[in-house]
Ligand binder design. Structure first.
Ligand code: AMP
Ligand code: ZN
Length: 733
C-alpha cells in the first residue's frame, strides 16, 4: 500500500512579477518559507473575485507545506487608513453611513466584516493564515518607518501630511514598469499642491476635523496611507526579507510598487524575493468589482444551493495567471464535476496488484510535478481526473485522491450530495426525447419533457444537447442564460416574420405591463414575435410576465441568471430575432397607435438604416440635444428604435461593454451611420414616453458614474470619425 508521504523536494518554479519570468524557488532559510498576502479591506464583504486571489495564495502555501516546508503565512486586515478615505468621505458605503447614523463605530464595522471574511475563507477551504495582523495595531511601526524615511531623505512633510519622494528612489517602477497613475486618472484628479512631484504618494495623512480613527505622530494627528501598512506589517511579523508576497494583479501598481519603494528605501536592501500576482475573476468579461456592480458573494452561491467548494473547483480549472470569466452556468458545471469526483472515492475496492501500486506511484509523481511547474493546479486537477477515471482499484484511487486533496482542498472525502449519474430509466427517457427532437416530433418530445419534470427533474435544451438535473439544483424552473452567446444566433437565416419586438425587463412590473399590453394591442395580426429578456427582473413580476405571455405564441421569454448589462440583454433578442424588422422598445414607452406599418414604410427607403420616434443631435459628440422635428438626426434614441435585421450584418451587434443603457443607443446609431446609412425620426409616431424606471431607481451618484463611463467609451470610439458629425442632412433644432 503506497504511503502518502511527501516525495523528495522537487524543484518548484513560479512566475515572479518582478523578474517577469518563471523562476526557480530557492528559500531564504532552509526548510522555512515566509509568505505575505495582502488581505481584505474590512468595510464591506469580500467578493468571490477577491477570494480567487486568496485561493491562489492558499494553493501556493499548501504546495509548499506538502513539500515539507514550514510556512509562516501572514495576511493583514486593513481596518484603517484608505478605507475611511475611499468610503466614508465619498459617502459610497451605505452600511458605514448607516452604522455611523446608528452610532456604531468603525471598529465594530471592521470586526463584523473581518468575521465574515474568515467565515468565507473557511467555507472555501482556505487554510487560516498563521497570523491576521490588524493594520490599526501596527500604526506605531508604520510611524517608525515613516520617520526613518524622512531621516534618510526619502520622505518629506507638508501641511501635516508626509509624502514619499519618488525621485529619491531610482528603482521606482521596477515592479510594474509604471511611474505614475494612468493619464485618465491624473487628467481628472486635481493636482495635490502639497506634493513636490505628482508621482509622490502619501505615507501619512493629517486627520480632518471630527475623524474618529486617528493617531498621534510627529506630524500631528493623522492616519497612515494604505501602502505603508504592508511595509510595516511585513517587517514586523516576518522580518526584513521574505520569500513570497501575493495579491491580485491590480495590486501591482501602485500598491506593491509603493511598498517596494518604502521598504527598500527604509531597509537599504531587497525585501521580497518573489511577487506572485493572480489574474482577475471577470463577470461578463469585466473585472469583478463592487464599482462595476457585477459582484457575487460566497453567500450568493450558497443561496443558489451551491457548495462554496464548487467555486474553489472552478478556480482550480484555470491557471492563476489567466483571467477567468465567471458564470453561474460554469459554476453549476463545476458543482457537477466536484460531485462526480467525490463519488469516485466510493468505488468498490478491486484487486490490489503490484502493477496497480506501480501505476499509482507514476500518477502521484505526475500530480506533484504538475503543481511544481508554475503552480499549475489545472494540470494537477486533470491528473486527479485521470486517476478517477482509471481502472485502478477503489482503495488506491481513494488514497491517491485524498493525497491530492491536501493540495486541492476540495474536501474530496465528503459524501457526494447527489447521485453521480441519473437513473437508467431517466437516461432512457432523455435519449428517447432527443431522438424525437431530431426527427422534429416536437409534441411527443414535449410529452416526455413533461414526464421528466413531473418526476422532479429540470430539463434544459442547449442546442443539440439536453441537460437534465434534479430539481433542487436550480432555484428557478425556466431555462436560464448567463451570457448572450448562450442563445444561438439565427441571424444567418432568412427572416420568418415581419417584426421582432425586443423588450428588456429589469425594473417595474407596472411599466412592463403597460408597455407589453400596448405592443400586443397595436401589433394586431402582424406576423411578429415579442422577445422579452428578463434581465435580472424582480421575482414577483415573473408571474405577470408568464401570465401575459401564456397562450400568446408570439411571446418568447429569456431569463438571464443575473443582470447581463443592457447591451448583452438586447443582443440576446438580436441573436434570436426572426423578423425582417427589429424594434427596440423601452418599458417606459407606451404605444398609442399603429407604429409598425409606419416604421416599415420609413425603413423601405434603403438609404435609411435606423429610425425612431425620438432622436438626438450634436455639434461635438459631447453634448446631445433632443431633436424637435422629424427628419435626419445624429442618433436615434433607444426608447423606440427600429432597423432592418439585415443591417446587423454590417453594423454588428451591440457593444456589450455598455452595461448601463446610456449612450448605448447613440453608439449603435453611429455604428449604423458609419456604414453609410441615415438615421431619421418621425415625431408624429403615436408613442408616449413615461418616467424612466431604470433611471429613477439608480442613485444619482451611481447614475453619474455609469453615465460617465459610457460617455468616455463613446467619445474615444467616435471622435475618430468627424465625418459622422457632418454627413447627411440633420434636422434643425
Ligand atoms: P481589496 O479588498 O480591494 O484590497 O482586494 C483584496 C484582494 O483581492 C487584492 O489582492 C486584490 O488584488 C484582489 N482582487 C480584487 N478584485 C479581484 C478580482 N475581480 N479577481 C481577483 N482578485 C481580485
Ligand atoms: Zn498590501
Amino acid at each position: 500500500m503506497p504511503k502518502a508521504a511527501a516525495p523528495a523536494l522537487p524543484q518548484f518554479s513560479v512566475y515572479n512579477t518582478l523578474s517577469r519570468r518563471v523562476e526557480e524557488f530557492l528559500p531564504l532559510e532552509r526548510g522555512r518559507v515566509k509568505m505575505y498576502s495582502c488581505g481584505p479591506t474590512v468595510y464591506r464583504d469580500a467578493h468571490i473575485g477577491n477570494m480567487r486571489s486568496y485561493l491562489m495564495a492558499d494553493w501556493l502555501r499548501r504546495f509548499l507545506e506538502t513539500q515539507g516546508y514550514s510556512v509562516s503565512h501572514v495576511k493583514n486586515i486593513t481596518d484603517v487608513g484608505h478605507m475611511r478615505e475611499e468610503v466614508l468621505d465619498r459617502g459610497e458605503d451605505r452600511v458605514i453611513a448607516a452604522a455611523r447614523a446608528a452610532g456604531t463605530s468603525p471598529q465594530e464595522i471592521a470586526a463584523h466584516y473581518t468575521e465574515a471574511f474568515l467565515r468565507d475563507e473557511s467555507k472555501l477551504g482556505i487554510l487560516p493564515a498563521s497570523n491576521y495582523p490588524r493594520a490599526s495595531e501596527s500604526v506605531v511601526e508604520m510611524v517608525a518607518i515613516i520617520e526613518r524615511l524622512v531621516e534618510k531623505g526619502h520622505a518629506y512633510e507638508s501641511g501635516g501630511n508626509v509624502y514619499f519622494d519618488v525621485a529619491s528612489f531610482p528603482d521606482y517602477g521596477k515592479l510594474s514598469g509604471q511611474q505614475a497613475e494612468g493619464l485618465e486618472e491624473s487628467g481628472r484628479v486635481a493636482p495635490d499642491p502639497g506634493k513636490r512631484d505628482q508621482r509622490d504618494f502619501a505615507l501619512w495623512k493629517a486627520a480632518e476635523p471630527g475623524r474618529a480613527l486617528k493617531w498621534t505622530s510627529p506630524w500631528g494627528d493623522g492616519f497612515p496611507g494604505w501602502h505603508i501598512e504592508c511595509s510595516a506589517i511585513v517587517s514586523r511579523f516576518l522580518g526584513e526579507r521574505i520569500d513570497f508576497h501575493t495579491g491580485g494583479v491590480d495590486n501591482i501598481f501602485p500598491h506593491h510598487e509603493d511598498e517596494i519603494a518604502q521598504s527598500e528605501a527604509a531597509l537599504g536592501h531587497k525585501h521580497v524575493q518573489a511577487w506572485v500576482h493572480g489574474q482577475h475573476l471577470l463577470v461578463d468579461w469585466l473585472k469583478m468589482a463592487k464599482s462595476t456592480g457585477n459582484v457575487y458573494l460566497v453567500s450568493d452561491l450558497e443561496d443558489r444551493g451551491l457548495d462554496p467548494l464548487a467555486f474553489r473547483y472552478l478556480c482550480a480549472t484555470a491557471q492563476f495567471r489567466s483571467r477567468l470569466n465567471f458564470t453561474l452556468a460554469s459554476l453549476r458545471a463545476a458543482q457537477v464535476g466536484l460531485d462526480r469526483l467525490r463519488a469516485k472515492l466510493h468505488e468498490p475496492e478491486g484487486r490490489l496488484t503490484k502493477k496497480a501500486s506501480a501505476d499509482a506511484e507514476v500518477v502521484r509523481k505526475k500530480f506533484w510535478a504538475a503543481v511544481s511547474k508554475n503552480l499549475n493546479v489545472p494540470a494537477a486537477l486533470a491528473v486527479a481526473w485521470s486517476v478517477a477515471r482509471s481502472r485502478l482499484p477503489g482503495s488506491i484511487k481513494r488514497e491517491l485522491l485524498l493525497d491530492f486533496d491536501r493540495l486541492l482542498g476540495l474536501d474530496l472525502g465528503r459524501q457526494p450530495a447527489r447521485p453521480e449519474s441519473l437513473g437508467s430509466e431517466v437516461a432512457e427517457i432523455v435519449r428517447a426525447r432527443s431522438g424525437l427532437r431530431k426527427s422534429k416530433q416536437y409534441a411527443e418530445a414535449d410529452a416526455l419533457r413533461a414526464q421528466l419534470i413531473d418526476a422532479g427533474y429540470e430539463v434544459q435544451d442547449r442546442g443539440a444537447t439536453t441537460v437534465v438535473t434534479p430539481k433542487s439544483e436550480w432555484r428557478r424552473a425556466e431555462p436560464q442564460i448567463s451570457s448572450s452567446d448562450d442563445v444561438d444566433s439565427l441571424l444567418s437565416r432568412e427572416p420568418a416574420l415581419e417584426f421582432t419586438v425586443s423588450i428588456v425587463a429589469r425594473q417595474g412590473c407596472a411599466e412592463l405591463e403597460r408597455c407589453v399590453t400596448s405592443v400586443k394591442t397595436w401589433l394586431k395580426d402582424t406576423p411578429a414575435e415579442i422577445i422579452v429578456v428578463d434581465n435580472g427582473f424582480d421575482e414577483e413580476c415573473h408571474v405577470f410576465v408568464d401570465e401575459v405571455a401564456s397562450g400568446d405564441e408570439r411571446f418568447r421569454l429569456f431569463h438571464a441568471d443575473h443582470f447581463l448589462g443592457q447591451a448583452a440583454a438586447r443582443n440576446v433578442s438580436l441573436r434570436q430575432a426572426r423578423g425582417r424588422y427589429v424594434v427596440f422598445i423601452d418599458t417606459s414607452v407606451e404605444l398609442r397607435g399603429d407604429i409598425f406599418s409606419r416604421l416599415r414604410a420609413m425603413l423601405e427607403d434603403q438609404t435609411v438604416g435606423i429610425v425612431g420616434r425620438w432622436g438626438a443631435v450634436t455639434d461635438d459628440l459631447r453634448t446631445f440635444t433632443e431633436a424637435k422635428t422629424s427628419g435626419d438626426v445624429h442618433a436615434v434614441e433607444g426608447y423606440l428604435m427600429a432597423f432592418r435585421r439585415s443591417v446587423l450584418r454590417e453594423a454588428g451587434l451591440l457593444d456589450e461593454k455598455y452595461r448601463f443603457y446610456r449612450h448605448l443607443d447613440l453608439d449603435f446609431s453611429f455604428a449604423v451611420r458609419n456604414r453609410g446609412y441615415r438615421a431619421i425620426i418621425d415625431t408624429t409616431l403615436p408613442a408616449k414616453r413615461h418616467e424612466h424606471v431604470d433611471w429613477e431607481a439608480t442613485q444619482p451618484e451611481e447614475r453619474d458614474r455609469l453615465s460617465k463611463r459610457n460617455f468616455y467609451r463613446f467619445l474615444r470610439k467616435w471622435e475618430k470619425h468627424p465625418e459622422l458629425l457632418t454627413a447627411g442632412p440633420v434636422a434643425s433644432r
